[in-house]
Design a protein around this ligand. Structure first.
Ligand SMILES: [Ca+2]
Length: 305
């Protein structure tokens, strides 16, 4: 239960901030027609590149969780070339103390991600780039809505990947949690959701595809179906019920695994794609991304509903 309490609380704050900025939520229903897509090859010079922020991305700073509170650090977001591909890279570091910890988060600001197909090419890391291994770091890609109040019935969240290379949340080895949410209460934490646990190493590059259509949330990793979620084990709907934001973050679920001086972990995303209200196969996603690249297109955003 410790697992999600801090996470949920803060994620909601982030989205509420987006709402306060004047975002308008829209609604959609199953079976609506396709209405555009977002593609980003993360071909930016830095986190302050005006094209990056101009494409409706923001870098989180300041207070709140999940993980170690108040450690969100803009400098931990960069755009290096990773294995030959310009990528969005998020770093998290810790020396085992709250004051010596930094975490990173990037998000699409507007609540416009709902039904359709999500995809990203993501590099998980099992080991730190410097320092001792063993920290309970969490490498993520997810969508989330506000929670307007405890047990709010339209709350929606898809944790497409929460990867803990050193375990945690009851696991002692590398584990990838895929979770679809119904709703929750923040304090004391209690929540309703469906989780698929993949307790083996996911180190390296993987293509994560999630299809949200017709009451099913289907999660694919490297083209293979990893989970098909409809309800939690008590029959409560975990299919999204409202538009969400799109997010990456890397954070520490606790500092219990730390030894030595500072350890640094990185996660990378080569590209992201979202086709609104459109059901695509992993192979179709690959074709579309290849077409963008053949055309020299590093970013396109024509989501129109
Ligand atoms: Ca790229």
């Amino acid at each position: 239960m410790t697992r999600s309490r801090t996470k949920r609380t803060t994620a909601a704050l982030v989205v509420l901030a987006a709402l306060a900025a004047g975002t308008t939520a829209t609604t959609a229903s199953a079976g609506t027609t396709a209405c555009g897509a977002l593609f980003d090859d993360f071909n930016y010079s830095s986190r302050t590149d005006p094209n990056f922020t101009g494409h409706d991305w923001s870098v989180r700073t300041g207070a709140g969780g999940p993980g170690i509170p108040d450690t969100w650090t803009a400098a931990n977001v960069s755009f290096p070339t990773v294995d030959g591909q310009k990528s969005l890279q998020l770093k998290a570091t810790t020396n085992g103390t709250t004051g010596g910890t930094t975490q990173a988060q990037v998000q699409q600001n507007r609540l416009r991600f709902f039904e359709g197909t999500y995809a990203t090419r993501f590099k998980f890391s099992d080991t730190p780039v410097s320092g001792n291994d063993g920290d309970h770091v969490n490498q993520t890609f997810y969508t989330i809505s506000p929670l307007d109040y405890d047990w709010e019935p339209t709350y929606s969240e898809l944790d497409i990947s929460e990867y803990l290379p050193n375990g945690g949340w009851g696991e002692t080895g590398p584990v990838n949690f895929i979770t679809s949410w119904n709703t929750y209460q923040a304090d004391p934490f209690d929540g309703w959701r469906k989780t698929t646990v993949r307790n083996w190493s996911h180190a390296g590059w993987h293509t994560l595809v999630t299809v949200v259509a017709g009451g099913h949330v289907k999660y694919y990793i490297d083209g293979a179906l990893a989970a098909d979620h409809t309800t939690d084990d008590a029959g409560r709907n975990v299919y999204p019920r409202r538009p969400m934001t799109l997010n990456y973050n890397q954070w520490f679920i606790d500092l219990d695994g730390h030894t030595g001086s500072t350890s640094s972990y990185v996660q990378s995303a080569d590209w992201v794609y979202y086709a609104k209200n459109e059901t695509l196969t992993p192979a179709q996603i690959t074709t579309r991304v290849n077409n963008f690249r053949s055309a020299g297109t590093t970013h396109q955003d024509n989501i129109s509903c």
